[in-house]
Design a protein around this ligand. Structure first.
Ligand code: AMP
Ligand code: MG
Length: 408
């Protein structure tokens, strides 16, 4: 077994290697999904309006369709009287054509009858007893309370651009067009493996010296938020053959394999040797705290990632080095700048000189609170909102100094 980190790189170099690896290993592919399952998916083609919206001139209010000119001069004291010749509810339409002196009772959403150019709100009308006569109490201009055909969206116009992330409002817009399914970017499938003789799954009974598996579900959530499809592959002992078999099996059904634990250069740390046998190790060791024991490799054109076993380190490494690239391939990539915000620091930070450090941060009362426990303190994870980057040359950041946080 190896006893040292072989391929230590700096943070920027690691990002460059990983980005290139993603770009050469995966391409953005499309698939069809039903609109009911399109939430948070990314459309992979420009989409144009299939027809005008509204598809016909339609009433915006309940009232009477009429010729606007017939209302001119009408007031409550001096109403105009029109003859009501038909009634039309939403979903049907009137075959009649309105002439001067006539109106048609109309419901919101119904098509405007021929001959009319305005809708008089029911509130400004009065039905005269026992007759079809309607008193009009107000003067309205032409187009009053009518939504013209195509005024919302014109047929053929761009509805949504390629790359748009589908939120509920955008899904609503697609629904207006009767779109049943649509083309979206395919998600990357990510296998998740936890390793370690001490790791138990939650359905096992706790024993002295053992701990429950945090990373499987931690990383699963992270993969979901990056737009990937996580597959839980379970826990493997620090055993070369078991790990090798699990990785071979995982590679069959996924695009990426993420392991955690066993990535250092100690006796039980077998992942590097497995990757070396099956493929190629590109990074072993990234020069920053708390992610030094990180492995990046490639097997049969697929990326294999070894995160440090410590959950705090694992999530930081995932966020700094993996999240953005899974997003990129899934079409979800948002501008890094959207995730960056500036806050004042609420507590002094000491950092070792000569080493790059990433530190979890809690945002409270508009201030950044560093989570200052050592990286083994897992309870701190649940407070974390973001992380900050402390450069090599910085030893102290004082209370009140502005720090740039990157949201998790
Ligand atoms: P390793 O990277 O295997 O040396 O593990 C570093 C530390 O993280 C050890 O204290 C492990 O017990 C712990 N650890 C490793 N994997 C997990 C996991 N899946 N869940 C929780 N803790 C873990
Ligand atoms: Mg271990």
């Amino acid at each position: 077994m190896g006893t040292e980190f072989l391929k230590i790189v700096g943070v920027d170099e690691a990002k460059e290697i990983i980005e290139n690896l993603f770009r050469e290993s995966y391409e953005m592919k499309s698939e069809n999904v039903s609109i009911a399952n399109s939430y948070n998916r990314v459309i992979s083609k420009n989409m144009d309006a299939i027809f005008d919206l509204p598809p016909f001139d339609k009433a915006l209010k309940d009232g009477y369709a009429m010729k606007a000119e017939d209302s001119f001069g009408a007031t409550e004291e001096n109403p105009k009287i029109l003859k009501c010749v038909d009634s039309v509810k939403a979903g049907s339409f009137s075959k009649k054509t309105i002439k001067n002196g006539e109106c048609i009772e109309i419901s919101t959403g119904a098509p405007i009858p021929n001959g009319s150019d305005a809708v008089m709100m029911v509130e400004f009308s009065e039905k005269l007893d026992e007759s079809n006569d309607i008193a009009i109490l107000k003067s309205v201009p032409p187009t009053e309370d009518i939504a013209k055909k195509g005024s919302d969206i014109e047929k053929g116009k761009l509805l949504l651009k390629k790359g748009t992330i589908l939120n509920p409002m955008k899904i609503g817009l697609l629904s207006t067009q009767g779109i049943a399914d649509l083309s979206v970017f395919k998600k990357l499938i990510v296998s998740i493996i936890s390793t370690g003789n001490e790791i138990l799954s939650t359905n096992e009974k706790i024993e002295y010296g053992k701990i429950y598996d945090v990373n499987t579900n931690l990383i699963k959530g992270a993969v979901l938020s990056s737009g990937g499809i996580p597959i839980i592959k379970g826990i493997v002992k620090d055993d070369y053959n078991q790990l090798k078999a699990k990785i071979i099996d995982s590679l069959k059904s996924s695009d990426i394999v993420i392991c955690s634990g066993g990535t250092s250069a100690g006796v039980g740390d077998v992942l590097r040797n497995v990757i070396e046998e099956l493929g190629e190790v590109l990074i072993h060791g990234i020069a920053f705290k708390p992610g030094k024991p990180t492995l990046i490799g490639k097997i049969d054109g697929k990326i294999i990632i070894g995160l440090p076993g410590n959950p705090v380190s694992a999530i930081i490494v995932y966020n700094v080095f993996i999240d953005q690239y899974i997003r990129l391939i899934s079409g979800l990539s948002e501008k890094e700048s959207n995730k960056r915000k500036k806050f004042k620091l609420a507590k002094r930070i000491h950092s070792a000189k000569g080493r790059m450090e990433y530190l979890l941060i809690e945002i409270k009362n508009n201030e950044a609170y560093p989570i200052l426990k050592d990286s083994g303190a897992i309870a701190s994870l649940s407070y974390a909102d973001a992380y900050i980057k402390i450069p090599k040359s910085t030893e102290i950041i004082d209370v009140g100094e502005t720090v740039e946080i990157i949201l998790l």
